[in-house]
Design a protein around this ligand. Structure first.
Ligand code: CTP
Length: 422
């Protein structure tokens, strides 16, 4: 294969913060002294070419990564981890940066989709076993070639033309997880599947290859998918290529798409109010699988090792039922108090706008009550177990919009509770 090289030194300087660049240079120098060639490869190089921020740095060593890690870390007094059976490891730097290293290696697959066995190899062989051309670029960091971009498989052109392309026809057969990865990258980067890749992907889906992939790896891949910013586009691609159908027996109709859009909004709205991040997989899966009876949802979640998500489906559905039947904000409030709020984004996707607003109102008021304990003390009440009752009394009336503002609540307290005290 004809290798293309490009001087990326200036690009590297612009891309990495100075301290990171200096580190890479230092490691490159050290590597050269040991007689090893080292390269940053994969995702980070793709992102450098695309100009996308990334500090997920993977380094491939032609030689021994384990040896390099140990010697470099010892000489510089750094924390490191090595996994000799995989020929990989990492070094952790005082500024928090973690660099992942691997010896250039080949992988032997015993059966399609299984975890591979590893064996030393050249950079080329290491790159050849990878998924898509856009992930096969390397930039050498060895001292005498620092900044040399190496392109064996026309990855640069494919990035420029926004194409996802596999390296050889058996790629999806060797590792069916790549079906999911292809669509995830296509969605994330707004790339298209190159024609032959597309037809091989379709064929692989058709042949049901996803059912030969370990379900644990499907779990990992779906978790990554649900964390992507462009998750909706990815799900649409998964629908287009019948992947959702193969995995879950579902398709995306307009109705489901609307629910997913609402779900995305809900993550933002709720984060703003509650100031927390929500788990993505459970919420997406509950929405995606919402047409099924509970038992089927449970079994599908279990099948792909979504243990926690399966465990809570019961609670989710019963909370959903109660919310739908609830007649006023107070009941909403009671339900929300006992309900695991993690699944609120999904739950709220199914509500009509009245109930939806009701919940938002409850959450906001709960976060910012009109009257707190300290207000009661300020009003001259003595701290006592009765405080709880008073606060609850005020809160319920606040929920039901009986008080417009704090003053109204205060005068109610004065009337009802301060008079009694006298
Ligand atoms: N890889 C592969 N086949 C897989 C998984 C990974 O060939 N089933 C290769 C890819 O070439 C990828 C590299 O292993 O570049 C590292 O994998 P990962 O960290 O998942 O990919 P990144 O490209 O770093 O993706 P991300 O931007 O999502 O971190």
């Amino acid at each position: 294969s004809k290798v293309k090289t490009v001087n990326y030194l200036e690009r590297l300087k612009r891309f990495f913060p100075k301290d990171v660049l200096d580190l890479l240079k230092d490691i490159g120098q050290f590597s050269e002294k040991l007689g090893y060639k080292s390269f940053i490869i994969g995702g980070v190089v793709r992102d450098i070419v695309l100009g996308k921020q990334s500090l997920d740095i993977d380094i491939i060593v032609e030689g021994s990564a384990i040896d390099l890690i140990k010697r470099y870390a010892k000489e510089n007094n750094l924390t490191y981890h090595v996994y000799p059976e995989f020929m990989t490891g990492n070094i952790v730097f005082p500024n928090g940066l973690k660099l992942d290293f691997a010896t250039a290696r080949k992988e032997e697959y015993d059966s399609p989709g299984s975890y591979p066995k590893v064996e030393k190899a050249t950079l080329f062989e290491d790159l050849y076993r990878r998924d898509f051309t856009i992930n096969t670029l390397a930039i050498e960091i060895t001292y005498s070639n620092f900044g040399k971009l190496i392109d064996y498989f026309n990855g640069l052109v494919d990035i420029k033309e926004k194409r996802i392309r596999i390296l050889h026809t058996l790629s999806f057969v060797e590792d069916p997880i790549r079906i999911l990865r292809a669509l995830r990258f296509a969605g994330r980067l707004e790339f298209k599947l190159e024609k032959k890749t597309e037809s091989l992907l379709k064929h692989a889906v058709e042949k049901d290859l996803l059912n030969f992939a370990p379900t644990g790896r499907i779990n990992l891949e779906l978790n990554l998918t649900f964390k992507e910013e462009k998750v909706l586009d990815i799900l649409k691609l998964m629908d287009k290529y019948k992947v959702l159908y193969k995995l879950f027996g579902i398709t995306l109709d307009k109705e489901k798409e609307k629910l997913l859009v609402k779900l995305q909004d809900n993550f933002l709205i709720l984060k703003e109010i509650l100031n927390t991040d929500f788990p993505t997989s459970s919420n997406y899966l509950y929405v995606l699988l919402s047409n099924y009876p509970q038992e089927i949802v449970y079994n599908l979640l279990k099948k792909y090792h979504f243990e926690k998500e399966a465990k809570y489906i019961d609670e989710f559905l019963s909370a959903f039922k109660i919310v739908k039947e609830s007649q006023n904000k107070y009941t909403l409030y009671r339900i929300l108090k006992s309900f695991n709020k993690e699944f609120l984004p999904a739950l709220m996707s199914f509500l009509d706008s009245n109930k939806f607003k009701g919940i938002i109102d409850v959450l906001k008021k709960e976060k910012n009550p009109l009257i707190k304990g300290e207000d009661l003390i300020e009003l001259g009440l003595k701290p006592s177990p009765e405080f709880k009752t008073i606060l609850e009394d005020i809160f319920v009336k606040y929920l039901n919009d009986q008080f417009k503002n704090k003053e109204e609540a205060v005068s109610y307290i004065k009337n009802k509770y301060l008079k009694e005290v006298k």
